[in-house]
Write a protein that binds this ligand. Sequence first.
Ligand code: AHR
Length: 342
Amino acid sequence: MNPRNPVSRRTVLSILAAAPMAAGCARGEGEAERADAKPASATDTAARAPKKLSEIVVGFSQTGAESSWRIAHGKSIQEEAEKRHIQLLFADGQNVHNNQVNAVNGFITKGVDILVIAPQESLGWKPTLKEAKRAGIPVVLTSRGVDAEEDLYTTVLVADFVWEGRLAGEWLAERTKGNARIVELVGTPAADVATMRKAGFAEAIAKHPDMKIIASQSGDFTRTKGKAVMETLLSAHKGEINAVYAHNDDMALGAIQAIEAAGLKPGQDILVVSVDAVKPAFEAMTQGKLNATVECNPMHGPLLFDTIEKIVRGEKVPKRTIVPGRLFEREQAAALIDARPY
Ligand code: AHR
């Protein structure tokens, strides 16, 4: 169990009490749908006998608690379930793919009405999704996608990860005038989000021949691994590195600790740009240690349960909904930090 995550202290598959709570975040954010979004067919969404919303049981498989982002994401979903009096079964995958597969298979056996999956890894889901389809249980993916045929799930709620990477790359190109020796801290390699953030960044810097990634290593989206990887790279490439691109804020914050321990000034000697825009990143920006972060909004709860309600009512939902974000620079941080919801 991760002590940073209050959720993971609950017994895996625990049933949450349906107590009313205050709304966790603003509605409307994240409701932008891509122009190419394909509506799911009515048969996709109303495969089983209709139930009242108050009667449904949702089985939610979360990756784990690897980052501040993930903790905010799980909290948003749990608070929204409580607010709407919808029963949510929560399974903490503890960042192990097989734990998630076993938990989802368990939800199917139990006969939940809706499956919500935040997949740690994108491969290896097909047999489970086929089983869910056979059982007539709609599947909603949140925070990451899977590598499977589109008819095996009802809808996916994610950010545009390629765009996030591209934006970080364009920002760095502008700040360094197209001249940088970069360390890339990659997220969990088997997750689509890592592949896509890598691709978007590579695309942006490819236009600048003097921007080079001198090392690219996984820090698994955690602060601890981000720090450890950065320590190793700083001693392997002494005096060479002048920029870090981290696929999430937690790894960037770990890298910042390593840079300081090496006697250098993060944000100055080595520019740092990352993704997520969580509050601890804003704190680092106010201290001048993190230069910029691209927002990836974790507050999926309201959008997720609006989607679930539509599915239960047999209404069409888009195949993919993109949760929008934006880039924040350290110069903006002091004015915005108090209002950050996560
Ligand atoms: O899937 C979203 C990513 O997963 C977030 O950027 C990262 O912090 C999290 O662990």
